[in-house]
Design a protein around this ligand. Structure first.
Ligand SMILES: Nc1ncnc2c1ncn2[C@@H]1O[C@H](COP(=O)(O)OP(=O)(O)OP(=O)(O)O)[C@@H](O)[C@H]1O
Ligand SMILES: [Mg+2]
Length: 378
């Protein structure tokens, strides 16, 4: 009893729920492949039914993650206490022996990467109203992390696979606070960057400057993906259309931004609102981080409470400019429909652009990123 008391006071873990490894093993039927719903840079995710009947997403952090109990629990406590309609709820965790497992609320409708930007097997109808609601929801969730939570949280990995959808298509940001759980020397980051590169603010990718402005850049990219229904990079498209951000800037300069809106909507959308969203996306991805608006301003611009000052938009920061990623085109590719990405079912990751990422230049990006990862200036 004294021991437990010591543990509780030492870590101040009153609000953290601990699951036994046994319970999670039963919940997932011994982590059976049939219950596996995805795999990301941090490890595998399983669907499972907990003792109390709740369905959970159970994220088993990979073996390299041998963070000490104290650090792990400290971070878990921070994440557990965060509640917002647009953030995935962490139920609790398991820290037994070398196991480090996170237990989350399970979201029925998968991620934006697999549905809106996925390979077309989703039944969800992303009409304009739904997209608008999703964009505003994500902005609110991120504004909460950036401006309400104390100390504030930089997500570091805003991207379509980290936006999960509830039964009623309410968007929920997942994986916030996670980067701190992984020891800085862990190499998974370099593989993870593969799925993330198009969302990386240049100052983060190149100089390791990680601030809220890097998240805002990632959000801007995501916003454009949601409005256009396509991934930020797709080398299977004709030159000039491969990079969403470049295309958006080009159309903006020609005053034809509306041309970027997903043709799948068949003209059935609020053009004024869609263009406003795209302009907010451009504001968020400006090269100079200082010019990017805060997330609370972004929310106001999206909802129309605040005007978008069109004249103020400057050129986006394009990572391709630095990394010379524009050159390659895969040698043998089957033509794909314009608005689909090649979702990789085996890894659960949404990255279309393997050709680009296997190039020499992307290796240097990875190295820069990994090095900068240690420099966590949050
Ligand atoms: N709470 C959840 N509810 C339902 N599905 C989830 C949940 N969390 C994760 N998933 C599924 O598991 C997949 C893998 O998630 P994971 O976070 O491990 O990888 P990722 O988001 O693709 O990459 P990263 O590791 O960079 O976040 C997700 O794409 C999603 O389909
Ligand atoms: Mg994720």
């Amino acid at each position: 009893l004294i021991c437990i008391f010591y543990f509780v006071t030492e870590f101040d873990i009153h609000n953290v729920k601990f699951y036994s490894y046994k319970e999670l093993r039963i919940a997932t039927e011994d982590f059976s492949p049939a219950n596996k719903i995805g795999e990301g840079g941090f490890g595998s995710v399983y669907k499972g039914r907990l003792k109390d009947g709740k369905i959970a997403a159970i994220k088993v952090l990979s073996a390299e993650s041998r963070q000490g109990v104290r650090e792990f629990v400290t971070e878990i406590k921070v994440i557990s206490e965060i509640e917002h309609e647009n953030l995935v709820k962490l139920y609790g965790c398991c820290v037994e022996d070398k196991h480090r497992i996170l237990v989350y609320n399970y979201l029925e409708n998968n991620s934006l990467a697999q549905t809106l930007l996925g390979s077309g097997c989703s039944n969800i109808q992303f009409n304009w109203k739904t997209r608008s609601k999703i964009c505003i929801g994500i902005a609110r969730g991120l504004a909460f992390l950036h401006e309400e939570v104390r100390p504030y949280i930089v997500h570091r990995d805003i991207k379509a696979s980290n936006i999960l959808l509830d039964r009623d298509l309410t968007p929920k940001i997942s994986d916030f606070g996670l980067a701190k759980l992984i020891p800085a020397n862990m190499t998974h980051v370099s593989t993870r960057v593969a799925g993330t590169i198009g969302y990386l603010a240049p100052e983060y990718a190149i100089r390791g400057q990680l601030t809220r402005k890097a998240d805002i850049y990632g959000f801007g990219v995501l916003l454009m993906e949601i409005v256009s229904g396509r991934c930020n990079t797709n080398t299977r498209l004709p030159i000039g259309e491969q990079y969403l951000l470049e295309q958006a800037w080009d159309l903006y300069e020609r005053r034809e931004l509306v041309g970027l809106v997903d043709t799948f909507l068949n003209g059935d959308f609020d053009a004024e609102e869609a263009c406003r969203f795209l302009m907010v996306g451009l504001l968020c991805t400006q090269d100079n981080p200082k010019l990017r608006p805060s997330m609370s301003s972004v929310v106001k611009m999206l909802t129309g409470e605040k005007d978008v000052e069109e004249k103020k938009i400057t050129k986006p920061g394009l990572i391709s400019d630095f990394l010379d990623l524009k050159v390659r085109r895969p040698e043998k590719t089957n033509p794909e429909p314009k608005y689909t990405s090649s979702y990789n079912a085996s890894t659960g990751s949404n990255n279309l652009d393997n050709s680009t990422l296997s190039s020499g230049t992307s290796t240097s990006a990875t190295m820069t990123f990994s090095a900068s990862y240690n420099d966590q200036s949050v």
